[in-house]
Design a binder for this molecule. Structure first.
Ligand SMILES: [Zn+2]
Length: 220
């Protein structure tokens, strides 16, 4: 097997186990993928597997332009349409993470955009640009893919109403960090709403974070 592809499969399995054990997703839900650099291929989670049981060889290679399965015996994730669309929209995106974390899902249902309030955002500074809320569409549909890429025209993260969260990054690890921090900010936002009104970090701090993300070469 091509060493680049082998490395990506191992990294995907590792990131999958991490986000599963951290509770960002449950059962067989959620899906992740990574672009094979310099190609129009991505490697994506198969349908029906829990991240806890996924091994590197289970992942499926899919053509980003046609969504055709190029390698693998399993069915690719039902959300393959938005993974491939996001790679087409963001040529520098190297990884996509889609999860169903509790607090992000709560805020998605009431259509509440997450306000960057906690200083933990410094771990994922690209999020200072904002986390949008996509329009609702049923899982696995082209409509969902269209709504999500629309919401992620400018932003590396978006909430999906009644469903969950999607983030991208230059690498699969960066996309996973973005997901972790969005969920952290969502929990904070939810808890602030219990006692008062969410207030964003100061504008100059947010602008500084966006600059930092650019300097660090993150996807932004
Ligand atoms: Zn989902």
């Amino acid at each position: 097997m091509d060493p680049v592809e082998k490395d990506l499969r191992e990294r995907l399995a590792k990131v999958g186990r991490e986000i599963f054990s951290e509770g960002l997703t449950h059962g067989a839900s959620g899906n992740i993928s990574a672009r094979v650099p310099g190609t129009n291929k991505c490697i994506i989670k198969p349908s029906g597997y829990s991240f806890a049981e996924l091994e590197p060889h289970h992942f499926i290679v899919v053509d980003i332009d046609t969504r055709k399965v190029l390698e693998g015996n399993e069915k690719p994730s039902i959300e393959t349409p938005f993974h491939t669309k996001l790679y087409r929209q963001w040529p520098d995106a190297g990884g996509v993470v889609h999860v169903h974390p509790h607090y992000s899902t709560i805020l998605s249902i009431i259509g509440e955009e997450i306000i960057p309030m906690g200083i933990e955002i410094t771990e994922a500074p690209a999020l200072a640009k904002g986390i949008s809320v996509a329009k609702f569409a049923p899982p696995g549909t082209d409509e969902l893919a269209d709504n999500l890429v629309e919401a992620m025209k400018e932003n590396v993260a978006a909430l999906m109403p009644h469903h969950g969260l999607t983030t991208i990054g230059k690498t699969i690890e960066e996309a996973a960090t973005n997901s972790r921090i969005v969920e952290f900010l969502a929990k904070l936002h939810y808890e602030v709403m219990l006692v008062g009104k969410p207030r964003p970090l100061r504008e100059d701090v947010l602008k500084g974070l966006v600059e930092r993300a650019k300097q660090k070469g993150l996807l932004i």
